[in-house]
Design a protein around this ligand. Structure first.
Ligand code: KDO
Length: 347
């Protein structure tokens, strides 16, 4: 086709036109003829996802569900790029990147939202959310709606769905008798680097020390830290069990991650695209929640087989100390009046 096009273009020019100019004109014509197709290819909406999750974890795999669903429902419209292991943005830097419009999607924790929207601080506290149905009812109901509205207004970020990250347990590098918070005295407990996380680690009775997720494996291996807390599927996915000896089933935080998109990316899409992105995010969260819950049911046997000691402490004693520490804290002073009672009333 390009040959005959070039020929006809050249022929339509006056006889005296220099041959080099004729060729140049023909090339320009071809480029222009192909422009709409090229422009279409470039018009794909790029959705970059940044996450600290390791590829084997469910909240990493859920992004494949998101991508596959969008590729099926809107073929050729989106270019979904998944960056795991904090390879695009560092842990906890995602919210600022999204607010600036430098990143389209990520998963954000309540602690990530708390600085600008103190409403979410209450969800960083231990023993507030009872279980997964409670968590899902909270965030898929009016309490979630009210909080997500504030996130959109103050942070330029839209929350699309709530994923269950799992129930956080203590995982120790070396075995130790742990019944009550007093038994954690002096234990260097790694927590993610934010004041809300550190408060929780200290409230449990340990000495909280901040470290990014990417550095935890090595810190456990070398003994820079004595323990870390995470949901057990994450412990296995990130292979922390290889460098740990004991799981203490404190169950101190039924943890959530919010699948979120930058307002800029959201505003740049058509209403139909928005609806497809929202549905794909909900499908991803559902997949994560189902897989993670199923894994949490069976994981203890496997961890035992891998040589870990599994112990159950006096959870009531942990709950009591943690609750009491929050009640009198500066953090709790930022919680909107009545919010805790509303959360507790959700059945
Ligand atoms: C962690 O750093 O311990 C944590 O579990 C905190 C979560 O909010 C989340 O960032 C998670 O890491 C990452 O997604 C890695 O699993």
């Amino acid at each position: 086709m390009s040959h005959s096009l070039t020929a006809s273009m050249s022929e339509s020019l006056p006889m005296h036109t220099p041959i080099r100019f004729k060729r140049l004109a023909a090339c320009c014509f071809i480029v222009l003829a192909f422009m709409p197709w090229q422009a279409q290819a470039q018009a794909k909406t790029v959705l970059r996802i940044s996450s600290p999750a390791v590829p084997q974890d469910w909240h990493a795999k859920m992004w494949n569900v998101f991508k596959t669903q969008l590729d099926t429902e809107a073929p050729g419209e989106f270019d979904v790029q998944i960056y795991l292991n904090s390879s695009l943005f560092k842990q906890a830097a995602e919210a600022a990147a999204m607010a600036r419009g430098n990143l389209e999607l990520s998963t954000l924790s309540p602690a990530d939202l708390s600085r600008q929207v103190p409403y979410f601080s209450v969800f960083t506290a231990g023993y507030v959310v009872r279980d997964v149905p409670h968590q899902q009812k909270i965030f898929n109901g009016p309490i979630g709606e009210e909080g997500f509205k504030q996130v959109s207004e103050r942070m330029g970020i839209k929350v699309l769905a709530t994923a269950y990250l799992g129930t956080r347990q203590l995982v120790l590098r070396q075995t130790r008798e742990v019944k009550t918070p007093a038994d954690l005295k002096g234990l260097k407990l790694r927590m993610p680097a934010a004041k809300e996380w550190l408060f929780l680690g200290n409230a449990l009775g340990a000495t909280a020390t901040p470290l990014s997720f990417a550095e935890v494996y090595m810190a456990l291996k070398t003994g820079t830290i004595d323990a870390q807390d995470n949901p057990l599927p994450t412990v296995r996915a990130a292979r922390f069990h290889e460098v740990s000896q004991q799981v203490v089933l404190t169950g101190h935080l039924v943890d959530a991650l919010f699948i979120a998109i930058s307002q800029k990316a959201w505003d740049g899409m058509t209403p139909t695209q928005r609806q497809k992105v929202q549905t794909a995010a909900q499908a991803a969260a559902r997949y994560n929640n189902e897989q993670r819950l199923a894994e949490e049911k069976n994981i203890l046997d496997d961890l035992k087989k891998q040589g870990l000691r599994i112990t159950t402490p006096d959870v009531a004693a942990f709950r009591q100390q943690v609750t009491q520490r929050y009640t009198t804290s500066d953090l709790a002073a930022t919680w909107p009046t009545g919010l805790l009672a509303r959360i507790e009333a959700v059945r």
